[in-house]
Design a protein. Structure first.
Length: 386
């Protein structure tokens, strides 16, 4: 197992009827900016719960943060923070709203002239404006980590940011919110969390036995509960396991002491930036071709995954590894997630070359756990995903 340091300061408040605990977590003298997305929280009752909990606080609202939070919209929210002298941020939403809030946390205290440089220059935020979250859509794990991804519409870029100052101070996780989430978003959440685990697990062994089994248990749980989550009838027990699995998939724990990949995410972000395809679905598009292209480097772990997660016990290492890839694709399809770029767009020719060009221009010489996936190799992976 590799050396590591681990610290996660986010307080998790988990369970039914926990939104009312908001008032116990925010400083009483705070001037709060309440951030949310398209307004679904006003239809499902979450907004009213939040407003009731914050009845004695000074609260300004900013709605309209989109999926794949856009830099241009966030700049408008940043103006509100400056003009209204906001001291505390509260994200009520899924990963996109929370990611947008993380950007605002960093940008509010940033001393540079152009906030986009936080992303384009890879600025690590060690101190941001304090914020908390009320999670409304399990998927990204953003409620318990310090990373975020922001889209700039005018340049069709989607870049990541982070830093130790961007952990939420607290996150409220009430599984009851799953009741009102559309099936498409639930399928996306299952896919997103599943792929988060794969990115931290599907590399090569460093004999980190506990980390491997942590990862495998999350994958097994997601597979087990997926059919129940996608049913029309709400199941609180399944929703609880779904929500906590999504959080545990990307709160930093399972990546400690092991090599990680993240090439699927890097390529997937470009597909979203270029075509607006849902983030989770871009991951499903790239996963199979990435594992097939990098088969020799990953086959030992793929075979282990096949044995432990999918109960594939017959055949050679190569056969088990190939069967595991097939099982993964079949799982995505069972959720209603298509796995080829041509399932989403017709004019896909040239996509591979464009993504390779972008990586070259950024100086990204190699992705993956070995940093060996060059832009030219990325081009081949994307072409295999057509």
């Amino acid at each position: 197992m590799n050396n590591f340091e681990f610290k996660n300061p986010t307080k998790i408040i988990f369970g039914k009827d926990t939104i009312k605990k908001l008032k116990e977590e925010i400083p009483t003298d705070a001037k709060v900016l309440l951030l949310y997305g398209g307004g679904s929280i006003k239809k499902n009752g979450i907004y009213n719960q939040v407003k009731t909990a914050l009845a004695n606080f000074d609260v300004i609202e900013f709605g309209g943060i989109s999926a794949n939070p856009e830099y241009e919209t966030l700049l408008e929210a940043l103006k509100v923070i400056k003009v209204q002298n906001i001291t505390y941020l509260l994200a009520v939403g899924g990963g996109s709203v929370i990611d947008g809030t993380k950007f605002l946390s960093a940008a509010a205290l940033y001393t540079g002239n152009e906030p986009w440089h936080i992303l384009s220059n890879g600025v690590r935020t060690e101190k941001g404006m304090p914020f908390g979250t009320v999670l409304t859509l399990p998927a990204t794990g953003s409620e318990m980590n310090s990373g975020a991804v922001i889209t700039r519409k005018e340049t069709k870029e989607k870049l990541a940011m982070g830093g130790s100052g961007l952990f939420p101070q607290f996150s409220i996780l009430d599984p009851e919110v799953v009741k009102s989430i559309p099936k498409r978003q639930l399928a996306n959440g299952l896919t997103d969390a599943f792929t988060h685990v794969l990115e931290q697990y599907m590399t090569y062994s460093v004999d980190a036995k506990l980390q491997d089994r942590f990862a495998e248990s999350i994958l097994q749980t997601l597979i087990e509960i997926a059919p129940t989550i996608l049913k029309a009838e709400f199941d609180y027990k399944a929703a609880s396991n779904f929500m906590w699995s999504c959080t545990m998939a990307l709160n930093g724990l399972i990546q400690k002491g092991v090599p990680t990949d993240w090439a699927i995410h890097a390529i997937g972000h470009e597909l979203t930036a270029l075509y607006g395809i849902d983030h989770a679905r871009t991951l499903a598009i790239i996963t199979e071709s990435h594992y097939k292209y990098n088969f020799e480097a990953k086959k030992e772990k793929l075979a282990q995954y096949g044995e432990r997660v999918w109960n594939i016990n017959e055949g050679s290492i190569d056969e088990k590894a190939n069967a595991a890839i097939e099982k993964t694709t079949a799982f995505f399809k069972s959720l209603g997630i298509n796995t080829k770029l041509s399932d989403y767009i017709n004019d896909y020719e040239g996509t591979a070359e464009e993504i390779a060009k972008r990586f070259t221009n950024r100086g990204w010489l190699g992705l993956g756990e070995h940093q060996s996936l060059s832009p030219e190799k990325v081009k081949q992976v994307v072409k295999m995903a057509y």
